[in-house]
Design a protein around this ligand. Structure first.
Ligand code: NDP
Ligand code: HSE
Length: 433
């Protein structure tokens, strides 16, 4: 075996939280990684914005390139690891250039895959250059390989999970402490769990990027970000958390991809999760994914969805696959087998709903509410009112039997217009037992 075949030469773009840790582990775990990869792993070239910044890795005898895209062209780079982030600019240019150079690409970039996953998978196939992306969904949880390889023999019926650690931290801390959303968000920002601009996490887009990748892997469908409905957790109040507990649920932000006879239902939203399910007890920054396959039945993976170590663990598994020559279709099926999947029209999507109204506490309110639900043909399963407030609003909560989104949206419009309803209604879908 020549010297070159005994070594896998790695170019890393991005030396931040994930890239710095990947480079550090390649330096410090070299003997173990050599054994697992069957080759010595060596970082030969890197790119980042600031060469003077202190990095997690020593990076001795490593070349720096001016532009990340230069890594694709270097003769001393066998595999490019893209850990810059963002779906345009340097990350996209590097990903495309690498595959077109017929070199393997490892990426943790969910935004890039959610926007351009199909095109990149096409390039991977056209240029016979493998594309590895285990770290792009749920960090250290090996869900990409589980869906793409371990469950390949199954028709997937349902995939859903807690895909955003920031939201899970906020919701579980609200429940444990009784504090408000704004208060807990502020604390999460101070602790570094939430970004200074938390919009992407708390409005559901981060989970959405991960969900559309999982959905493509599970159903052999094109990655469909425009077809996604995403709501975040801003509207969840301390009251809702208390009501959820009382009704036997925990509130979790879920990404759900479920195949129905009428098409694929794909949604990110807060859900009432029954307390007897495993996901209800996944707290803090942890992630979890439930999968239901035709042959395997139900399966749940729980673990750390972000952070330097867990994400680097996933990136290293891809680098080792690359060293071993293990290659699978990037998005589970080759482009000729990607099948157009009908999306379930949103108004037809069915579930039970929790609705909280803040109302004036006076006679006739419940009668008016019941009439609006009757007119929308929505049946109430249970109804709760707590406390008595002559001056201020009181919370009225009801749970419906299964109904469709259209009926529920019509009813919500009517409820919001009631003179006695003092705040926009809060709606949370209920995950079936
Ligand atoms: P960081 O912001 O910590 O690091 C980004 C790195 O990219 C930095 O080293 C930065 O350089 C470099 N960089 C940014 N823009 C450029 C550019 N134009 N040219 C060259 N270098 C550039 O990000 P993370 O490590 O957190 O994330 C990396 C990827 O991993 C993202 O796609 C993210 O979504 C994904 N991911 C991250 C997880 C996490 O827990 N952090 C979890 C799962 C996935 P410099 O250091 O000089 O500023
Ligand atoms: N911001 C993400 C989260 C981590 O809170 O889960 C990176 O995917």
């Amino acid at each position: 075996m020549s010297k070159q075949q005994e070594t896998l030469r790695i170019g890393i773009a991005g030396l931040g939280t994930v890239g710095g840790e990947v480079a550090r582990l390649i330096e410090t775990e070299d003997a173990h990684l050599h054994m697992r990869a069957g080759k010595k792993l060596v970082v030969t070239a890197v790119a980042a914005r600031d060469r003077t910044k202190k990095r997690a890795a020593a990076l001795k005898n490593v070349a720096w390139v001016d532009k990340p895209v230069d890594l694709a062209n270097r003769n001393d780079v066998d595999v490019v690891v893209e850990l810059i982030g963002g779906h345009e600019g340097a990350a996209r240019d590097l990903a495309e250039a690498t595959l077109k150079k017929r070199k393997p690409l490892v990426t943790a970039n969910k935004a890039l895959l959610a926007h351009y996953g199909q095109a990149l998978a096409g390039l991977s196939e056209a240029y016979d250059a493998p594309l590895y992306c285990e770290a792009a969904v749920a960090g250290g949880i090996p869900v990409i390989k589980t869906l793409r390889e371990a469950l390949a023999g199954n028709t997937m019926l349902e995939v859903y999970g807690i895909l955003n650690g920031t939201c899970n931290y906020i919701l579980s801390t609200m429940r444990q402490s009784g504090r408000t959303f704004a208060d807990v968000l502020g604390e999460a920002q101070k602790l570094g769990y939430a970004e200074a601009d938390p919009t992407f996490d708390i409005d559901g887009m981060d989970a959405g990027h991960k969900l559309v990748i999982l959905s493509a892997l599970a159903y052999g469908a094109p990655v469909n970000l425009p077809g996604l409905k995403a709501d975040g957790i801003r509207a969840i109040s301390a009251n809702d958390i208390l009501f959820a507990d009382e009704l036997g649920y925990r509130i979790k932000l879920l990404g759900i991809a479920r195949m129905t006879p009428q098409g694929l239902m794909q949604r990110v939203a807060p859900y009432m999760v029954p307390q007897n399910s495993a996901l209800a007890h996944v707290d803090g920054v942890m992630n979890a994914i439930y999968m239901q396959g035709s042959a395997v039945g139900p399966l749940t993976l729980i673990g750390r969805g972000a952070g330097a170590g867990p994400t680097a663990s996933a990136v290293l598994s891809d680098i080792i696959d690359c060293a071993r020559g293990r290659q699978a279709s990037a998005l589970a099926v080759s482009s000729q087998h990607v099948k157009a999947v009908n999306m379930l029209p949103d108004e037809m999507s069915e579930s039970a709903f929790y609705v909280r109204l803040m109302v004036m506490d006076k006679p006739g309110v419940l009668a008016e509410l019941a009439a609006i639900l009757r007119d929308a043909r929505i049946s109430i399963q249970s109804l709760l009112q707590k406390g008595r407030a002559e001056a201020g609003p009181v919370a009225v909560v009801f749970i419906t039997h299964d109904t469709n989104e259209k009926a529920m949206a019509d009813a919500l419009l009517g409820l919001a217009k009631m003179q006695t309803v003092l705040e926009p209604p809060c709606l949370i879908r209920i995950l079936p037992d």
